[in-house]
Design a protein around this ligand. Structure first.
Ligand SMILES: Nc1ncnc2c1ncn2[C@@H]1O[C@H](COP(=O)(O)OP(=O)(O)OP(=O)(O)O)[C@@H](O)[C@H]1O
Ligand SMILES: CC(C)(CO)[C@@H](O)C(=O)[O-]
Ligand code: BAL
Length: 261
């Protein structure tokens, strides 16, 4: 179970899932410099190693791998993993460096640990699809499992970056999931996809989100963009709505399957 630390119940749910599926569970904590752009929060990303180790031990994790950047990327390191197509939309648009950094480090971690099963959260759904793709394409042979999104009471997806939110922002943050859910519901009920998305944009702006990186309905393993018009019965089954928006200086993401509303 790869992580960047500053653990919360979302991470621990993945450990529990792992314990149900395997005899032993290995977590890694590595704040991967390659997936941060120069203007992003590598320097301020929360680091709480002692607390993390205790939480992992309490959850029954058997081993924690805590590599240093120089061990992962020694002098002369020159390889990067690029996934075509899947890396381009959604977070790939707003964070062009991001999936190359994730794919490179996850390939290394899968090769280093050689686990039978690796678990990733559906909160980072595009990341999960990309990891499934690279695992298959590079014949790594690990079984990749997705864990359901763990949420706060108001629906906000748990995330280490939620710690950046001020108390006012934290109250607004719950609207991200509410608007996502409303948008997914309208689409599920046969509303025009683009009209429902436009309404969602307006609601997010009204709630106080400064920039909406994306609010989109997509389908399938290749994340085909949906709309205009209503969903076909086939898309209805596979459609998912994705959102990323800035609240002050914090970037929040979420997604929901249309049939899960
Ligand atoms: N709320 C959640 N529910 C389920 N899985 C989660 C949740 N939050 C994170 N994960 C998963 O935990 C793994 C490690 O994620 P990471 O350490 O980046 O935590 P994060 O909370 O997503 O942090 P960030 O705020 O940087 O996005 C990833 O597979 C991620 O999808
Ligand atoms: C998968 C991951 C640990 C790679 O650094 C990271 O992107 C994350 O925590 O989701
Ligand atoms: N949870 C994904 C890691 C990142 O946003 O950098």
């Amino acid at each position: 179970m790869p992580t960047m630390g500053a653990l919360h119940d979302g991470h621990l749910s993945l450990v529990r899932l792992g314990k149900q599926r395997a005899d032993r569970c290995v977590a890694s904590i590595f704040v991967n410099p390659k997936q941060f752009a120069a203007h992003e929060d590598l320097g301020t990303y929360p680091r709480r190693e002692d607390e993390d180790l205790k939480m992992l031990a309490d959850a029954g994790c058997d081993l924690v791998f805590l590599p240093q950047p120089a061990e992962m990327y020694p002098d002369g390191f020159a390889t990067s993993v690029r996934i075509e197509g899947l890396s381009e939309p959604l977070d790939g648009q707003s964070r062009p460096h991001f999936f190359g950094g994730v794919a490179t480090v996850v390939t290394k971690l899968l090769n280093q640990v050689r686990a039978d099963i690796a678990i990733f959260g559906e909160k980072d759904y595009q990341q999960l699809l990309i990891i499934r793709r690279l695992n298959a394409d590079l014949d790594i042979g690990t079984e990749i499992i997705g864990g359901p999104i763990v949420r706060e009471e108001d629906g906000l997806a748990m995330s280490s970056r939620n710690a950046y939110l001020s108390s006012v922002e934290r109250r607004i943050a719950g609207q991200l999931n509410k608007v996502l859910r409303q948008t997914a519901l309208k689409i599920a009920q046969g509303g025009d996809v683009l009209g429902s998305i436009e309404d969602g944009h307006a609601l997010l702006k009204h709630a106080g989100f400064s920039t909406i990186d994306y609010l989109e309905a997509r389908s399938g393993k290749d994340l085909t963009l949906l709309g205009p018009g209503k969903l076909t019965p086939e898309d209805q089954e596979h459609a998912r709505v994705f959102v990323a928006a800035m609240l002050g200086r914090t970037r929040l993401i979420d997604n929901m399957k249309v049939t899960d509303v």
